[in-house]
Each structure stands twice: as C-alpha cells, then as structure tokens.
Design a protein around this ligand. Structure first.
Ligand SMILES: Nc1nc2c(c(=O)[nH]1)N[C@H]1C(S)=C(S)[C@@H](COP(=O)(O)O)O[C@H]1N2
Ligand SMILES: [Mo]
Length: 310
C-alpha cells in the first residue's frame, strides 16, 4: 500500500481552522487513520487528505457542522429522504473506480481515480451550496478545478457542452430499484461553465475523503447553481455538441431547467426561491443572485433572459 493511499496525519498537515478541527474529532481521525492502514487497498470515506492547499476564500459565514453536511443529503440513488443517503450509502464501493472522458475530445481517456488525484494540487474551497428546495449549507470542499481535467483530453471545436454521468449500479445503490428518476443520474453544463475556475472536481470535505453520502469518490460542485447540478459519484464525463438533457429536466421540464442558476427572482412553480434556510438556523435569509457568486459568473450569461433560461 503506497503512502498517498494511507495518509498518516501529522500536526503539520492539519489546517489550523479551529472551526472544524476540534480536538475530539482530531483524535477520532488519528484512530481511524491507523486502523485503515491495516486494510488492503482502501481509501475510505473519512480518511484525512493531506497536502491540501488551504482556502483563500474570504467568506465570513459560519461553516455548517460536519454532522449536518454528512447526515442531511440529497442522493436519490440511496433513497429520497434526507437521512436515507447517510444510512444506505455504505454499500457503495468506491475502489477500484474509473472516470471516462470521451466524446468531442482529441485524447479520450479513462482515468483511475487515484491517478486522477495526482493531476493537480488539491485545494480547499469554502462554498455555499443552495438546494433548489430552499435550504443551504456552507461546506469546506476539497478538489481541483474541473478545467484541469478537461484540458488533459483536449476538447475539439465541436465540444460545446459537458455531460456528467453518475454510477448506475442497483445492487450497490438501493434507490435505483425505484424509478423515481431516469437512471443513471445525468447532469450537464455549457463548456464555458465547466471550464470556469469556480467549478470544482471534488474528492473531499472537511479535510477528509468524501463520505459516500456526499458523492464519493468524486463529484462536481458548481457553487452558483442549485445543488442538483452538482452530480455525485461520477463515472463518465462526455463532451458533446448539443445541450444534454439532465435527469431532472426529464423528471420535470417546467420545474428544473438546464441552467439552474440560483435566482431569487425566478420562483419554482411550487414555491418561492426568494429565501433559504441555512441548516442550523431558525430564520430564513434572503437568497442571493447566483448564490452570491455573481461578480465571478454573471458575465457568462450576458444577453441571456434568465427568466426563460432558468
Ligand atoms: N448522483 C446524484 N447526484 C446528486 C443528487 C442525486 O440525487 N444523485 N442530488 C443533488 C442535489 S438535489 C443536491 S442538493 C446535492 C446535495 O449534495 P450534498 O448531499 O453533498 O449536500 O447533490 C446533488 N447531486
Ligand atoms: Mo438539491
């Protein structure tokens, strides 16, 4: 077992953010790290990730507690209840795991997840995540820009959109025995959205390997869009010429659009999007256009009617 697969935590590897590295949690991590070192070929949810470049984010908002981030989830492959994924996602096998990049690219390639992890330095990014159901969280993700991966396969001139395809495996994903969505889960972005530096290919949170319920071993996070755009447990990324149709667009075309930019002015047909409840808060707070990332991303939509392209 190689060193990078069984990271031992050292005081120097731990970011000094008292917010989340309280001493008790640190001791739990130390214990689990030495235990997993005995298991063959395991890179387990909850193992610490080392050599992560610390966040340069200047958000002042309080982080959502680890417990809430990992126990209140949407991941329909493991059930439709918010507590289902944490309960049921233990059956997902995250090694071995490959991701295939294909379609309108000059150098299609299937990456082993551990090979992919070495393509670019890991960074911590504190992002707001706003669910279309009007709750939100603040999460310290770990990953690197999706653009870094896409550059490796060299998109050709026909590539205009990117499609993400999650794992389809009903034996491991009990929720796929129900047809609540058209499996596998599919999402998509315009190529320029996918290449935007905020779009994060994500492998961890709170300093650790992603828990299964949060989309292990690899998911996307697009902080200015509703949470459903951030596909989990991805096995395929396809560059395509035409706008792909996502699972949610199929399920409810007048409720879930392709763009899905967070927009307090465009209500969901069944509820308002003007406010959100931050997990742990009692009172709602106003939702910000583009989830607060307008300065970085609004220019991507210049000249587009966002009430029609919701
Ligand atoms: N494959 C897959 N990805 C998914 C989902 C899903 O059901 N399946 N749910 C989405 C929704 S609606 C949200 S809000 C976020 C939630 O991410 P989190 O549980 O890590 O907070 O994941 C998104 N990605
Ligand atoms: Mo969501």
């Amino acid at each position: 077992m190689t060193a990078h697969k069984t990271p031992r935590i050292q005081a120097s590897d731990i970011t000094p953010r008292e917010l989340f590295y309280d001493r008790r949690r640190f001791m739990q991590l130390a214990a689990s790290a030495s235990l997993t070192a005995l298991l063959p070929n395991a890179v387990l949810a909850g193992e610490p990730l080392v050599n992560v470049k610390k966040s340069t984010d200047n958000l002042r908002d309080e982080l959502t507690p680890y417990k809430d981030v990992t126990s209140y989830n949407n991941f329909y492959e493991f059930g439709t209840g918010k507590e289902d994924p944490a309960q049921n996602a233990g059956s997902l096998k995250t090694r071995p795991w490959t991701i295939t990049l294909e379609g309108e690219v000059n150098k299609p390639k299937t990456f082993d997840i551990d090979e992919l992890l070495k393509l670019a330095p890991l960074e911590e990014r504190i992002y707001h995540l706003r669910c279309v159901e009007a709750w939100s969280m603040v999460i310290p993700w770990i990953g690197f820009p999706l653009a870094e991966l896409i550059k490796h396969v060299d998109p050709n001139s026909k590539a205009k959109f990117v499609e993400f395809i999650s794992l389809h495996h009903p034996e491991q994903m009990s929720g796929q025995k129900s047809s609540v969505l058209n499996w596998p889960y599919r999402e998509g972005l315009r190529l320029d959205e996918a290449m935007h530096p905020l779009t994060l290919l994500t492998v961890g949170l709170y300093g650790e390997v992603l828990p299964n319920q949060n989309g292990a071993p690899i998911r996307i996070v697009i902080p200015w869009k509703y949470g459903f755009k951030s596909a989990k447990s991805i096995v395929k990324i396809r560059l395509v010429e035409k706008q792909p149709i996502s699972s949610w667009m199929e399920a409810g075309p007048n409720e879930y659009g392709f763009y899905a930019n967070v927009n307090p002015e465009v209500d969901h047909p069944r509820w308002s999007q003007a406010k959100e409840r931050r997990l742990g808060d009692f009172l709602k707070r106003p939702t910000l256009p583009f989830n607060g990332y307008g300065e970085q991303v609004a220019q991507l939509y210049a000249g587009i009617d966002l009430s029609k392209n919701f």
